[in-house]
Design a protein around this ligand. Structure first.
Ligand code: K1U
Ligand code: ZN
Length: 185
């Protein structure tokens, strides 16, 4: 593998985040390089997921690594790395039952809010070689996959909030940026 690179993560309200990502049709070395860069960018952030559009490439590709501890009881326990790639993902079925999860987003930095989503989905996707998979997914992986698939359709988690809550998050983000930029200066 060639040298990997950490890419810039676009943040709201940059218009690229609102684009509808295009299907991946060519499974070539450039795609593998982008996937490697996305993992490096996600681990560096750090995050548990990243959609290609967040690094300015509006194609239907996302990566996930939940980085869950080996022993959830022990805070010192090492995390298990399980990198997952989803290309051209589709939801074939979702449960009617929805569960809340306090979500974050690298494109809405340092802001968290509770979002309701179906607790189980049946998904189909391809890997970097173009091989197709179909599986039923639940738990945090289902939450994260739905959040990342939203990115492919130009949707951010804040779009699922009431206007009042969304405005509160955006106000806190503006305040955080002021403080953050002061420190960076
Ligand atoms: O920007 C993104 O799409 C990544 C986002 C994914 C996500 C988080 C929570 C619920 C749904 C989707 C993040 O990774 S935000 C950061 C985060 O949650 C986290 C970072 C380090 C360790 C553990 C969690
Ligand atoms: Zn996100």
């Amino acid at each position: 593998m060639g040298p990997m690179a950490i890419r810039r993560i676009y943040e709201t309200p940059e218009p690229v985040l609102r684009q509808i990502s295009k299907p991946v049709e060519t499974f070539d070395d450039a795609l593998k390089t982008l996937v490697a860069d996305m993992f490096e960018t996600m681990y560096d952030a750090p995050g548990i997921g990243l959609a290609a559009v967040q690094v300015g490439e509006p194609i239907r590709l996302l990566v996930i690594d939940l980085q869950e501890p080996k022993d959830p009881e022990d805070p010192e326990s090492p995390v298990i790395k399980v990198p997952k790639v989803f290309i051209n993902p589709e939801v074939l079925w979702h449960s009617d039952y929805e569960v809340p999860y306090t979500e974050g987003c690298l494109s809405v930095p340092e802001q968290y809010a509770e979002v309701m989503r179906p607790d189980r989905i049946r998904a189909r996707w391809q890997d970097v070689e173009g091989k197709t998979y179909e599986e039923e997914i639940d738990g945090l992986l289902a939450v994260c996959l739905q959040h990342e698939m939203d990115h492919l359709n130009g949707v951010l988690f804040i779009d699922h909030l009431s206007r009042l809550k969304r405005d509160m998050v955006l106000k806190k983000l503006a305040k955080w940026r002021k403080e953050h930029d002061k420190k960076a200066a």
